[in-house]
Write a protein that binds this ligand. Structure first.
Ligand SMILES: [Fe+2]
Ligand SMILES: [Fe+2]
Length: 372
């Protein structure tokens, strides 16, 4: 299985994972002839798909939580916020139950190095973002050996961290172009609005409620709303800041495409000790596959390879299958474990290379194709 940009799908590929828009299943795993759906998918804001093809047939991409739990959690969150908008009181029982399933998923996958991004349509960003931010926060919490109770509190806080956006003007919150300074100042209010909405809710610990208020605060005091810094920021605030930014960078937005994983990880490392807690960044990136399974990379000898698997705790040195030489010509595939060949490194990553390979494929003879 591998992740391919929707516009680069060709007839040789079969859909490897279900595609959802909201609560609806749009395309089922196993669907072939995907190119005929390309325009509709792009119109729905779905810019990447997981596919199976000759290049990637024995590659698996692990997810920290099951698809069922991810979809269910988004649905419950959507319903909870809709009820709140209709003036009903905040009911969190169902959400709390679902949180327990997500925590169980994460705790049963202790060796996991997370590769998956949630491929939901861009207009569902708030819900997908809330669930993914929660998964990332829980990976850090798990790394810190949090108790189940602490994990539950962290998850409730991160699921609801952007709840304040529901009381703001949607035309500004979901604006497709860059925000003006004035609009940005307005959107910043979501943190205080969110805290107001949650502060009297029963059954959520205060430390979880404070995530709504503090998830945009930064270690160096450059965040908002209060510009807290250093010791003024508790661990939940520090965790949620990392999880929130990482998911925002690696998600498609109306105004920009998602960043590749390695670039978002670089951003966290560059700001580690400045904006983000360095110990928590270290714990987080140990659990993230910098070069996700199924992604195409260029090695330092110029050859092109598909990432086949991860080496635990060494995210920069995956196991790869070399498929093309330095000129992009297909070669008989072979596997290299970059932990065993330290003279080689990954120097370039993801989609750009895959495009050239896919395009090139059409010029190849049947004989050469059979190498793959
Ligand atoms: Fe936020
Ligand atoms: Fe957020």
């Amino acid at each position: 299985m591998r992740l391919v940009a929707t516009e680069m799908i060709d007839e040789s590929m079969v859909l490897a994972r279900n595609v959802f828009a909201g609560k609806c299943l749009v395309l089922k795993a196993g669907t072939s002839h995907i190119p005929k759906y390309t325009n509709s998918l792009k119109n729905m804001g779905i810019h990447y798909l997981y596919v199976e093809d000759e290049l990637s047939k024995d590659i698996t991409i692990p997810d920290a939580i099951t698809e069922e739990n991810r979809v269910r959690c988004k649905e419950i969150l959507m319903n909870t916020l809709e009820d709140l908008q209709k003036g009903q009181s905040l009911k969190l029982n169902k959400l709390a139950d679902n949180v327990e399933n997500i925590i169980s998923d994460i705790m049963s996958n202790s060796d996991l190095q997370l590769s998956l991004s949630d491929l939901s349509a861009t207009d569902e960003y708030t819900f997908s973002h809330s669930v993914s931010t929660t998964v990332y926060a829980l990976l850090i919490g798990y790394g810190l050996k949090y108790t189940r109770k602490m994990m539950s509190a962290l998850a409730m806080g991160t699921l609801l961290h952007d709840i304040g956006k529901i009381v703001l003007d949607p035309a500004i919150v979901h604006k497709e172009d860059a925000l003006t300074n004035e609009e940005f100042e307005y959107v910043k209010k979501h943190v205080e609005c969110g805290y107001e909405l949650l502060k009297d809710a029963p059954n959520i610990p205060t430390i979880a409620k404070e995530i709504t208020l503090n998830h945009h605060e930064k270690l160096d005091g450059s965040g908002y709303p209060r510009g807290l810094k250093g010791d003024e920021l508790n661990e939940f605030a520090r965790i949620s800041a990392i999880a929130d930014v990482y998911d925002a960078l690696t998600s498609d937005r109306c105004y920009r495409k998602k960043w590749p994983t390695y670039k978002a990880v670089d951003f966290l490392i560059e700001n580690s000790g400045i904006k983000f807690d360095p110990d928590l960044v270290r714990i987080f990136i140990q659990r993230i596959a910098v070069y996700p399974n199924g992604s195409m990379v260029r090695l330092s000898d110029g050859k092109i390879a598909l990432v086949k698997d991860q080496n635990k705790y060494t995210p920069l040195r995956p196991i790869v299958r070399v498929i093309a030489d330095e000129n992009g010509n297909r070669i008989s595939p072979f596997v290299i474990n970059l932990m065993e060949v330290l003279s080689l490194t990954v120097i370039e990553s993801e989609v750009e290379i895959s495009k050239s390979i896919i395009n090139q494929k059409r010029n190849y003879t049947m004989e050469e194709e059979s190498f793959l």
